[in-house]
Design a protein around this ligand. Structure first.
Ligand SMILES: [Zn+2]
Ligand SMILES: [Zn+2]
Length: 81
């Protein structure tokens, strides 16, 4: 019985490690996470582990000092008053 469990565990680990190696390739990208920001842009990144695919990258749409898409706060360019 213990042997069966060991084999099961081993094949499980094998499956997981092959997923880690090949799972990033050939998948439908999943852009269901939160908006991410970089500089003047917001974008969505694929939520699959290890995938760096980016989607919907566009400039912030500022309204009242905040981006209405991702809530990024507008950097005040002029502080002169
Ligand atoms: Zn992806
Ligand atoms: Zn934004």
């Amino acid at each position: 019985m213990k042997k069966i469990l060991a084999i099961f565990t081993a094949s499980c680990l094998l499956f997981l490690s092959s997923c880690a190696l090949f799972g990033v390739k050939d998948h439908d990208h999943v852009f269901d996470g939160e908006w991410l920001c970089t500089g003047g842009y917001h974008y969505k990144a694929c939520s699959v582990d290890g995938c760096k695919e980016v989607s919907n990258k566009e400039q912030h749409v500022f309204e009242n000092g905040k981006c209405k898409i991702c809530d990024y706060k507008q950097q005040s360019l002029s502080t002169t008053k």
